[in-house]
Design a protein around this ligand. Structure first.
Ligand code: NAD
Length: 499
């Protein structure tokens, strides 16, 4: 197998360097609590001396209501493209079909494949069951179930495709190790569910095992996502950097920011070759929108990371220290609990005022943040898809919509078989129900019918349309087909439960 790496020419990378001039940044204030918290954050950044040339764009609810199903106009997309830097408040994703998630669109359009979400304990000022939590979750941002490819296939059954590429795994896993190396982190943990999803999560785990050997100074381990998440919630001190898939990372990072104090303080950034986007972990919180109750901290800390990204390290440290000092003095928004004799609960705007007042001060209850000396640019590397030496077709899964009993279906399918293929099994919701199924297995109207080359031979692809034509003549309602390939002699398809 060809496993050569192909590093992307780094001269093509858009690196924003601090040359003393204002840095162009696109600001999107979003909706829900977005405008309030963005206003608070921009006031703080400006007061701290941030040199930003702000270009505002409208996104989210207001655009959806105009009939723009992506939530962003082409003009606004071009503005993001021209600067490569976006500071974004949360937006509401409309429920129901017809609308696409703007967050997913932005991440995928600009290929921001890495979503970095740090969570750390602010104990003892912000009470947390975990005093020693300091975890960075690195979430794959473009693949997995978030490809958003869904179909209704029968009266009863709906499908969402989970797409995972080897190159996508390699890119994010290598990014996680590079992140750990650049930030002096000691361990990278991989979270997956490869005991069940042996191919999609399996490739994620496999690539992790391959890549980790290039970073011998960094410890590594693998966790099945369910027990790993339980352990993270109970003993976050066991973890340092976690790399995981798109959906798992989304869930995990909300849990991590909530147990560190509040989902309102979670910050994140999304990074790719040409564009970086800084945002809070939380959503648009419509339940508290417009009430001056929202905590701007998540978006503010995302702003701090953005300042470091563009090389304005003094501003980043100044804002971070003033924010810590504000909590240190017992001032906080209602979502946080603070252990302080002089506790004062304030609104969003007043919290921003309190941070501005403390710019230039240092916290006492927390370690002072020193300005970074250099900008960290991780070597982002592009990986070609790795070709197999051989790919052979051995059968086909034909999915059918059928409301009756399985034996009746099997009879019709068997009648359609030519000499080249044989009906091997039928499964329903992943469980084999023919031959020799269990009478107690609950069946829906969605059946996977597996035809394999007779006598274990590979098959000619042209026999599939012939088989389909015969099935249609038998009035079998075919929904879709999946070809069954062997790659380098290894089956590229899963078995049914009980097969
Ligand atoms: P949410 O994060 O908006 O709110 C969950 C809970 O946390 C609510 O009780 C809310 O009041 C509270 N909360 C959230 N942020 C807070 C803050 N800064 N200060 C104080 N309390 C805060 O999650 P949700 O209700 O599931 O989602 C609402 C909308 O946001 C949905 O349309 C969702 O699609 C969208 N969303 C957007 C983003 C984004 O733009 N990046 C991320 C997640 C969800």
């Amino acid at each position: 197998m060809n496993v050569q790496l192909n590093p992307k020419d780094l001269s093509n990378l858009r690196l924003i360097v601090n040359d003393g001039n204002p840095t162009p940044v696109v600001v999107a204030e979003g909706d829900g609590i977005g405008p309030e918290i963005m206003n608070a954050c921009l006031r703080i950044l400006e007061a701290a001396g941030a040199k930003l040339e702000i270009r505002r764009i409208a996104i989210g609810e207001q655009e959806y209501h105009k009939g723009i199903t992506s939530g962003i106009t082409n003009d606004a997309m071009n503005i993001v493209r021209s600067t490569g830097l976006l500071y974004k408040a949360p937006i509401t994703t409309p429920q129901g079909g017809g609308y696409k998630s703007l967050n997913v669109t932005l991440r995928k359009t600009f290929s921001m494949f890495a979503n970095v979400r740090p969570s750390y304990s602010l104990s003892p000022i912000v009470p947390s069951v975990h005093q020693n939590m300091d975890v960075v979750i690195i979430r794959e941002n473009e693949e997995d179930l978030y490809a958003g490819i869904e179909h209704r296939q029968t009266d009863e059954v709906y499908q969402c495709l989970k797409l995972v590429s080897r190159s996508g795994c390699e890119r994010i896993i290598r990014y996680a190790f590079e992140y750990a190396r650049a930030h002096g982190r000691k361990k990278v943990s991989c979270f997956s569910k490869d005991n069940i999803m042996k191919l999609t999560d399996g490739i994620f785990h496999k690539v992790f095992d391959e890549v980790k050997s290039d970073y011998p100074e960094i410890n590594s381990d693998h966790w099945i996502i369910d027990i790993g998440t339980a352990r993270l919630a109970a003993r976050p001190g066991d973890f340092d950097v976690i790399v995981t898939g798109n959906l798992y990372g989304d869930i995990l990072s909300d849990i991590a920011s909530e147990i560190s104090g509040s989902v309102g303080i979670g910050a994140s950034y999304n990074k790719g070759y040409d564009c970086a986007m800084f945002e809070a972990v939380h959503g648009s919180a419509p339940d508290i929108a417009g009430k001056n109750l929202a905590n701007p901290s998540g978006l503010l800390l995302a702003g701090v990371m953005m300042m470091d990204h563009i090389g304005q390290h003094d501003v980043a440290a100044k804002v971070h220290n003033a924010w810590l000092k504000t909590l240190d003095d017992g001032i906080h928004t209602p979502d946080l609990k603070v252990s302080h004799l002089n506790e004062r609960v304030v609104g969003t705007a007043e919290f921003a005022d309190a941070v501005i007042k403390r710019l230039g001060e240092e916290p006492r209850g927390f370690k002072t943040i020193e300005p970074k000396r250099t900008q960290t640019h991780l070597p982002l590397v592009a990986y070609p898809d790795k070709k197999s030496d051989s790919k052979t077709l051995h059968g086909v899964d034909i999915f059918v919509h059928h409301a009756g009993h399985v034996t009746n279906l099997a009879d019709r399918l068997n009648r359609a078989c030519s000499g080249e293929v044989t009906l091997k099994m039928i499964s329903n919701r992943g469980v084999k129900v023919w031959p020799n199924g269990e009478a107690s297995t609950l069946c829906s109207d969605h059946w996977r019918c597996r035809f394999m080359g007779s006598n274990d031979r590979s098959i000619d692809p042209r026999c599939i349309p012939q088989l389909m034509a015969t099935l249609l003549a038998e009035e079998v309602d075919v929904i879709k087909t999946e070809n069954l390939y062997n790659f380098d002699g290894i089956p590229g398809y899963s078995l049914a439960q009980g097969q």
